[in-house]
Design a protein around this ligand. Structure first.
Ligand code: WTA
Length: 652
């Protein structure tokens, strides 16, 4: 049992003494990382193999009008060589990837580093044969199969920039991202089994490419063997093309600041933006956070349950673990198939040592009862991690008591697509934890809390406000794909000289950080980021919808649910049928994760006299918090609020 003191769970002496960092080490390393970033990152950058070593470490500016972020800028390297080739001599026969298929009846795969090398090289040579060159963009729309990792590493090997689109996104969303990055090739599979059901990925790709770019080639991995509609001049089967290529492909020499990948993410305005991560700083930081946050040691089996379509899958299924020569587990399925014990069955089967998942999954499994966990032997677990949204203490305690049996440290990792890796997290041998707090910053990270309206830094230990970061860290995003102005506007315009996270936070009297949620119009649904503006623009594109406003509301399992207020066109009558029609519309337009949970018919929306929608009021109504509506007298038509309250959805 972990001991507690003042409500904090303490690392055990035994764990601390075997860990990469105990409390004193963390403190000493943290201090040196902020006092002398050049020296610190200069030293730790050498955990990666460089072709041409860097002589410059940090060259970063958050100054208005000159946002410019460079790390290791004169060094050259190849990320795939760091994730594969450099391990061949020492651990060529060690398992690099354990693949657990959707159905427990099917065999798992164990892919060694040697096999990974051969598979990635072949994949890379196939891409080259399809005309992909250094700097070209390649879009991945893939199930969670080893080929998804091969495709990422193959792109990195030849210097192509990958852009992964989560396979749960619709054909339309995929098409927009293919067009947005002007991709040369899309990589997909015939079908994607998940939870016993199969999605026809290739059909979605065909539809997407038909709409936006009918000259884009498609490389198809055979996963299910189902029938697919084939575009004879443009489609290539991987298993056929791979027969004709060599299993060796020399890695391309890349500059540290060459882009490694683009990943689209939602923001508070407009369509999703292409977050750009580069090569050197990203891989240094992904590998270092993976080692320290999870206290990863040689021989451990590491499992991150995210999908490679999200940043968590990039950094902690593929790049961080493989750069460290780890054994990383990749799971094709879902937590509740065939039943709510699947995660724990997989942990037992593969003797998982570090397990990393999202609070939404924990809450969903918690609701199914402890018996699904208790059936399995989880004695190999050494560290439990969470990511994606604030974890409520009830879920934290269940994770701690039922999964960890009271003696496995929990790391609550706070970070973002934009940050590339963990920015705040406990280190399991160093940091006493408090349920619900992401505790303290990682090396090199300087969080600050600003007063929201003045932008002044609050210097007292206990503070609450908007969370910004004072200086750069190596895995920081460098720009928005082909839109540096948007990068500056989104992250550096509201609070000058800081990186603005979009999150609110509280710092307690011990200096511990508690994320209070987004302060912008981004909502977090089951750990997935969703811009309310995206859902709104999808709804208003429907011919029967005149106007819409979308907000988040508290949801027991998802964290936040999607609440849509919809004003219909004159003469259109609301009906259950229309409600379903709108749900299907958004699902098709963006994907199932964007489907509104609740749609309220709104004859009018509360607006200021200048026509601005008062979202604050709509949020309060959706939250059932009618007492705190604030001043409504400045509204153009105050009576619309009464109507919205009277007709709020799902009132108990
Ligand atoms: C939220 C996911 C509280 C936060 C890696 C952030 C969290 C957004 C945590 C980024 C956490 C992520 N505690 N909130 N441990 N981790 N968030 O880009 O609001 O999909 O800004 O990256 O998720 O989501 P993204």
């Amino acid at each position: 049992m972990l001991e507690t003191k003042n409500g904090m769970y303490l690392p055990t002496d035994d764990f601390a003494s075997k860990s990469h960092a105990d409390q004193a080490t963390y403190q000493a390393m943290y201090d040196s990382s902020v006092e002398d970033p050049e020296g610190f990152w200069g030293e730790h950058g050498r955990r990666i193999d460089w072709i041409k070593p860097y002589t410059k470490v940090k060259n970063t500016s958050f100054a208005p009008g000159n946002i410019d972020i460079r790390w290791y800028e004169d060094g050259t390297l190849n990320v795939a060589a760091n994730c594969i080739d450099r391990h061949l001599e020492t651990r060529g026969d060690q398992t690099a990837i354990i693949w657990e298929p959707d159905s427990p009846e099917d065999d798992a795969l164990h892919i060694t580093y040697k096999e990974l090398h051969a598979n990635v090289c072949k994949f890379a040579n196939v891409l080259k044969d399809m005309g992909v060159k250094k700097g070209d963009r390649v879009v991945l729309y893939m199930p969670m199969i080893p080929e998804a990792a091969y495709a990422m590493l193959a792109s990195a090997r030849i210097g192509a920039i990958h852009s992964i689109v989560f396979a749960g996104f619709s054909a339309d969303a995929l098409g927009a991202r293919v067009a947005g990055s002007n991709a040369k090739v899309v990589i997909t599979s015939d079908g994607a089994p998940r939870g016993g059901r199969v999605t026809n990925l290739k059909d979605n790709v065909n539809q997407a490419l038909n709409n936006v770019a009918d000259d884009v080639k498609c490389l198809v991995v055979r996963r299910t063997g189902q029938q697919v509609a084939w575009r004879h001049d443009l489609d290539v089967w991987l298993h056929e093309a791979a027969q004709n290529v060599s299993d060796d492909c020399p890695p391309e020499e890349m500059n540290a600041e060459d882009p490694l990948f683009i990943l689209y993410t939602s923001g508070s305005t407009g369509q999703p933006k292409g977050v750009v991560h580069t090569t050197g700083g990203y891989i240094v930081y992904a590998s270092m956070t993976h080692q320290y946050t999870f206290d990863y040691h040689d021989g451990d089996v590491f499992w991150c349950t995210a999908d490679v379509g999200w940043v968590t899958g990039h950094s902690y299924i593929v790049y961080g673990p493989l750069a460290n020569g780890a054994t990383t587990l990749m799971f094709e399925g879902v937590p509740t198939y065939p039943d709510a014990g699947r995660f724990w069955a997989v942990c037992e089967k593969h003797k998982v040592n570090q397990f990393y998942t999202a609070p939404t999954a924990i809450r969903a499994l918690m609701g199914k009862g402890p018996e699904f966990v208790e059936k399995y032997d989880l004695s190999d677990l050494k560290v439990l991690g969470t990511v994606g949204e604030p974890i409520n203490p009830e879920a934290w305690n269940w994770y701690h008591n039922v999964v960890g049996k009271g003696n496995v440290p929990i790391v609550d990792t706070w970070w973002q697509t934009e940050t590339g890796g963990h920015l705040m997290t406990p280190l399991p041998g160093a940091t006493p934890t408090k349920p619900g707090s992401c505790t303290l910053p990682f090396f090199g990270v300087q969080p600050v809390i600003l007063e929201p309206t003045t932008g002044e830094e609050i210097h007292t230990t206990a503070a609450e406000g908007v969370l910004c970061i004072k200086d750069s860290w190596p895995a920081q995003m460098r720009t928005v794909w082909e839109d540096h102005e948007r990068f500056e506007k989104t992250y550096f315009a509201d609070y000058k000289n800081y990186y603005f996270t979009g999150d609110g936070a509280r710092r307690d009297e011990d200096g511990y950080y508690w994320i209070t949620g987004r302060v912008d119009d981004v909502i977090n649904v089951s750990g997935h980021r969703m811009g309310t503006a995206e859902v709104e623009s999808s709804l208003v594109a429907h011919p029967k919808v005149a106007e819409s406003a979308v907000v988040g509301y508290p949801h027991a399992i998802k964290g936040q649910g999607i609440y849509a207020y919809v004003t219909l066109m004159n003469g259109v009558e609301p009906s259950e049928e229309l409600r379903k029609e709108l749900e299907t519309w958004v699902r098709k337009d963006i994907g199932p994760i964007a489907k509104p949970d609740l749609i309220q018919w709104a004859p009018g929306l509360p607006k200021t006299r200048s026509g601005k929608i008062m979202r604050r009021i709509l949020r309060k109504i959706a939250e059932d918090d009618f007492g705190a509506l604030g001043d409504t007298s400045t509204l153009a038509e105050p009576e619309v609020v009464e109507d919205l309250i009277a007709n709020r959805m799902n009132r108990h």
